[in-house]
Each structure stands twice: as structure tokens, then as C-alpha cells.
Design a protein around this ligand. Structure first.
Ligand SMILES: Nc1ncnc2c1ncn2[C@@H]1O[C@H](COP(=O)(O)OP(=O)(O)OP(=O)(O)O)[C@@H](O)[C@H]1O
Ligand SMILES: [Mg+2]
Length: 452
């Protein structure tokens, strides 16, 4: 006699399969809500989710663009497949959720932000928190970042950026920023990808310089001596302290020259100067292995450049493994650090190290993956930096990239005098802010060492 058991069993199996495949759809909001309840269990009022939305492929990185629905769908699907190697989010295993949160009086935004890592852990993925007016926006996703994304970047899409730079991929999409206003500091344990990220950035700036209207001039202090020879045709690289002193001196002088130009044009910063129709390149000063810059004169000049340079279009990117207050003898690292607004920290071995770099422990929780880092600037998010091809077997790829750069843009001067000392009074400072010498003509290039 058939009791219909076979049907029951198969129905049960169907239900279990349905549950396994479909119920996780709500696991992220549930986990998020649970964490909120646990964290603020002693409060009368807890942060409240006032809106939640499952991010379908439409909701992914192209959300902000004014494109037709169909085009959005096409681009987003392509994007997710390319960068994450996964099927788009509509397959239930990968979820992305967006929340709008209200925080009650008594709980501060910074208290909420501090729990970012906890929310990320709760969903075994990543979390991004941003504030917009009174609302707090939270993206939670369990989309797993891949361990490698090959470098790729098209500066043409960023014509409105002065210095467009791709940092990497987060679970919300590529992180591409205009670095024109900001000094950057990269840190983290050895061999996790600081120099690789600098390669990506230098290359991207050179590429943008060759293709976009806004130009930049790259100065590299390569105290390891062997890290950045690829860019010698397009950038000015020095490999020892003597060269670094000379380079920093020339940049300091250029800042003074620009003070004169800006005063004459009645502008306060480079963006306004360019807006008025003048052409002036940004100078990006890259110092890898910052801790090796053990020379008081160059440290002092660096301090000045960090303090006043950004407005004059001089951007600094510094990198070192483990910053500590005693990294330099005379100049306090804390004083320098305050001027680096943007930070990227690769894995840090202790939470104290991460704290010194990011003011929070998140870099010590990073997985043991090369290129994985915390990006901290206008938002804080985990990312996988792009991989730049540098090993001997990748020479063809590197050559192809370099060929894209075309002819060197600026004449790079390498003649460094044998004994360089900064002369008194050359450092721009409160007492000496006027340009030296006679009147500067706006189109007079002879005053610039760089030949701009
Ligand atoms: N984004 C990345 N994706 C994959 N692999 C990477 C990535 N970045 C770096 N690596 C790998 O890690 C190695 C070390 O990277 P890199 O030399 O940039 O580290 P570092 O932090 O500058 O180290 P050090 O402090 O010793 O100078 C590279 O040779 C590369 O193989
Ligand atoms: Mg390095």
C-alpha cells in the first residue's frame, strides 16, 4: 500500500533545499539587527533600521550613474563577474544589503562607526558605513573579495578628476579617488603590498597625465634603490639621501615660486589657479620606506611640504612598515601623521600597530592575504589592491602598460650637485612667505627648476 511517504519525503527535501537556498536571503539583516541589540543591550533606545534594501545587481556599483535600467544591468553584471568572479548577487549565496539607520540621542555616530568590524564579522563579509546629513548609511555584504585583481584603469572615464587613482576593489565596487587635495600614508607589515600599491598609483597618474588634460609630475624617493626603476623615463627618481635632500629642496623652492604665481593671480589654491585658465602640473612626491629618510634637513623640509604643499599642488605619498613616534630623531612622527589625511594599512601584526596607523585596530584583523588592506579616507573599508605586474615572467604585461604612457611628458633633470644643503630662508614659513627676487611673470617658466 502506498502511504504517500515517498511524496512526503521528497516534499520535505524540497522544503529543506528551499530553506537552504532562500532563507539566507534574510541572514544579513537578522545578523545586523542581532549585533545592534547585543552591542547596545544596556541602552533604552538602540539604533533603528528605518530602511533596508536587498542590493540586486541593479543596486551594485553603478547605482549612482544616470544610465538606462538595461545598461545598468548589463554593466553591473559584467562588473561583478569580472571583479568578483561570482555570479551576480541575485544568486542567493551572495548578498548585499543597504540600510538607513537612525541613531537615538545618547549614541554618537562615532560609537556606531566603531562597531564596523563587528558588523562585518557578524555577516562574515564586509561593512561600509557613511554618514549623510542625519542619516547613517550602511552597506553590508558577504560577497567575498578575490585574492587578486589584475591592474586595470581607464583615466578617460575620470576627466573631471585632477589626479584619479584606483586603489583597489571593495565589496561595494572599485575605489577610485581624486587624490589632488590629500597627502597619503601607507603602512603595514613587510611584503603585504605597499610598494605594489605605489606602483599602481604612480602608473595611474602617469597614464592620466598622458591622456587627460591635467598633468602631474612624479618625484620618487626610492631609498631601497631597486623598487621603481620602471618609471625612470617618466618620473624623477632619487635613490639616496643626498638625492632626496636635493629633490625636497627643489620642491620647496617650487612651492615658493607658486606662492608668487598664486598671489599674482589672486587665487588661494591650485584648483582655482587652473580654473582661471592657467596650466600648472601637480607634483606628487612619493617616499617609499619613509623610515630610511634619516636626515634632519629632509625631514624638516618634508614637514613643511606636508603642512603647506597641498594647496600649491604638491601631494605626498609616504610609506613605511611600522610607524612609531620615534621613526625620526628630531621630527615627531605624530606631527607628520596629522597631515596625512588618507591612509591605507595593510595587515598590521598587532592591534597597537593598527591603532598607530588608523586610530583603530581593524588592520590587525585583516586576513593573511597579500594586497588586502583597510582604506581610510572619506570612508573606511576593506579592499584588495590591484596587482601590478612586476615579476620577470610578467615583463610582457609590464612593457605593454609602459608603452601606453607614450613619450615622457616633462624634461626630467637628474643633475644633482655634489654637496646640497638647504640655504637659509628657503623654507616657506610665516616669516618668509613672499616669493624671493623680482616680479614673477605668470608665464615665466625660467624660474621653475622643473621647467613647467
Ligand atoms: N594587490 C596584490 N595582489 C596580489 N599580490 C600582491 C599584491 N600586492 C603585493 N602582492 C605581492 O606581495 C609581494 C610584496 O609586495 P610589496 O613589495 O609591495 O610589499 P611591501 O609592503 O612594499 O614590502 P616591504 O615592506 O618589504 O617593502 C609582491 O611581490 C607581490 O607578489
Ligand atoms: Mg616595499
Amino acid at each position: 500500500m502506498d502511504l504517500g511517504l515517498g511524496k512526503v519525503i521528497s516534499e520535505t527535501r524540497e522544503q529543506i533545499l528551499y530553506a537552504v537556498n532562500h532563507l539566507p536571503k534574510n541572514s544579513i539583516p537578522a545578523a545586523f539587527e542581532d549585533s545592534i541589540k547585543i552591542i547596545w543591550r544596556h541602552e533604552d533606545m538602540v539604533p533603528m533600521i528605518i530602511e533596508k534594501k536587498l542590493l540586486t545587481i541593479n543596486g551594485m556599483p553603478y547605482l549612482e550613474q544616470k544610465l538606462s535600467k538595461r545598461e545598468k544591468l548589463r554593466q553591473s553584471t559584467e562588473f561583478i563577474k569580472k571583479f568578483f568572479g561570482n555570479e551576480p548577487l541575485e544568486t542567493e549565496r551572495n548578498e548585499g544589503w543597504f540600510f538607513i539607520i537612525h541613531i537615538p540621542p545618547g549614541i554618537r555616530y562615532t560609537d556606531f562607526l566603531k562597531e564596523q568590524q563587528r558588523f562585518a564579522d557578524a555577516v562574515m563579509g564586509s561593512c561600509l558605513i557613511e554618514r549623510e546629513g542625519k542619516a547613517i548609511k550602511v552597506w553590508l555584504s558577504n560577497l567575498q573579495l578575490k585574492t587578486m585583481y589584475h591592474y586595470q584603469f581607464d583615466p578617460n572615464e575620470y576627466q573631471d578628476h585632477y589626479l584619479p587613482v584606483p586603489f583597489g576593489i571593495s565589496s561595494r565596487g572599485p575605489i577610485i579617488k581624486d587624490i589632488a587635495d590629500t597627502h597619503w600614508f601607507f603602512a603595514g607589515e613587510t611584503r603585504y603590498g605597499k610598494s605594489n600599491l605605489i606602483h599602481c598609483i604612480v602608473y595611474s597618474l602617469l597614464l592620466a597625465s598622458s591622456k587627460n588634460k591635467q598633468k602631474s609630475y612624479i618625484c620618487i624617493v626610492d631609498l631601497k634603490r631597486i623598487e621603481f626603476p620602471e618609471f625612470d623615463e617618466w618620473a624623477w627618481r632619487v635613490t639616496d639621501i643626498k638625492g632626496a635632500v636635493f629633490m625636497l629642496l627643489k620642491i620647496t623652492e617650487e612651492i615658493k615660486r607658486r606662492e608668487g604665481l598664486f598671489a599674482k593671480a589672486r587665487v588661494r589654491k591650485i584648483q582655482d589657479y587652473i580654473y582661471k585658465g592657467y596650466e600648472l602640473p601637480f607634483i606628487v612626491l612619493v617616499i617609499d620606506e619613509l623610515h630610511r629618510l634619516q636626515d634632519t634637513a629632509s625631514q624638516e623640509m618634508l614637514k613643511t611640504i606636508l603642512a603647506v604643499g597641498a594647496g600649491f599642488g604638491v601631494i605626498v605619498i609616504g610609506s613605511t612598515q611600522r610607524p612609531s613616534s620615534t621613526i625620526f630623531e628630531k621630527v615627531k612622527f605624530g606631527d607628520l601623521k596629522a597631515n596625512f589625511d588618507g591612509k591605507v594599512s595593510f595587515r598590521a601584526s598587532t592591534s597597537t600597530d593598527s591603532q598607530i596607523i588608523l586610530d583603530n585596530p581593524s588592520a590587525s584583523y585583516l586576513p593573511n592575504i597579500k594586497g588586502r588592506a583597510i582604506f581610510q579616507w572619506d570612508c573606511e573599508v576593506e579592499m584588495q589592491t590591484f596587482y601590478f605586474p612586476l615579476s620577470p615572467k610578467e615583463e610582457p604585461q609590464l612593457n605593454k602598460l609602459l608603452a601606453e604612457l607614450g613619450q615622457p611628458r616633462f624634461v626630467v633633470k637628474r643633475s644633482e650637485p655634489s654637496d646640497v644643503k638647504p640655504q637659509k630662508g628657503l623654507l616657506p614659513g610665516p616669516k618668509n612667505t613672499r616669493a624671493p627676487g623680482g616680479p614673477l611673470l605668470l608665464d615665466d617658466r625660467s624660474n621653475s627648476y622643473f621647467g613647467f
